[in-house]
Design a protein. Structure first.
Length: 193
């Protein structure tokens, strides 16, 4: 049995729906966003209309971020469906380097939403994660794509979940969501979508 299938069976065994969620914040996200079955006409603008991509679009709509930073293969969120400014991490770094700004401090930037499009190694993903931590706000939403695609991705997800600044995580199998909400106790959710 391959890694992805084993991981999916384990995910199904451990996952819950909205009835197993006791956090009001997560319950609202699950019921109002994850389980929203509306056939939005905007979906026709998507290059990829998979269930996972539609969910990602709904999550962006739900949180209404002003700025989205995308690491890795910067084409997943490349759409005009959002009012958010979408910045590629690589373009962001190139811009800093082209301006010879060696004094740039990430703590001076904030991103409401960061999408880690995991085509990177564990070392690179974790380096980006640590590098971008100074940009977090209490309401920041970080999404780690393909958390079960490989053993390395799965191990990366486990490391991220344990990070002391991470308060809430949601595992939807296709991606993991990370929240830094200071007012919440550390909690991990595994949600069937």
């Amino acid at each position: 049995m391959n890694h992805l299938l084993k991981s999916y069976i384990k995910f199904l065994w451990n996952s819950k729906n909205e009835h197993g969620v006791h956090s009001p914040f997560v319950f609202d996200l699950v019921t109002k966003c994850f389980y929203d079955n509306t056939k939005y006409p905007e979906y026709s603008l998507l290059k990829n209309t998979s269930k996972r991509v539609k969910l990602l679009v709904r999550i962006v709509w739900y949180f209404e971020p002003k700025t989205i930073l995308e690491t890795g293969n910067a084409n997943e969120l490349n759409t005009n469906m959002f009012s958010s400014e979408i910045i590629s991490f690589e373009d962001f770094i190139k811009n800093i380097n082209s301006n010879n700004d060696t004094s740039f401090d990430f703590r001076l930037s904030t991103f409401d939403f960061i999408y880690f499009n995991q085509n990177e190694s564990q070392k690179t993903t974790l380096a980006y994660f640590e590098l971008l931590l100074p940009t977090i706000t209490n309401d920041a939403v970080w999404i780690i794509n393909d958390i079960y695609k490989s053993t390395e991705n799965e191990n990366t997800w486990k490391i991220i979940k344990k990070h002391p600044k991470v308060k809430v995580t949601i595992d939807t199998f296709h991606f993991g969501m990370v929240f830094f909400r200071a007012e919440q106790e550390k909690e991990h959710f595994v949600i069937r979508v």
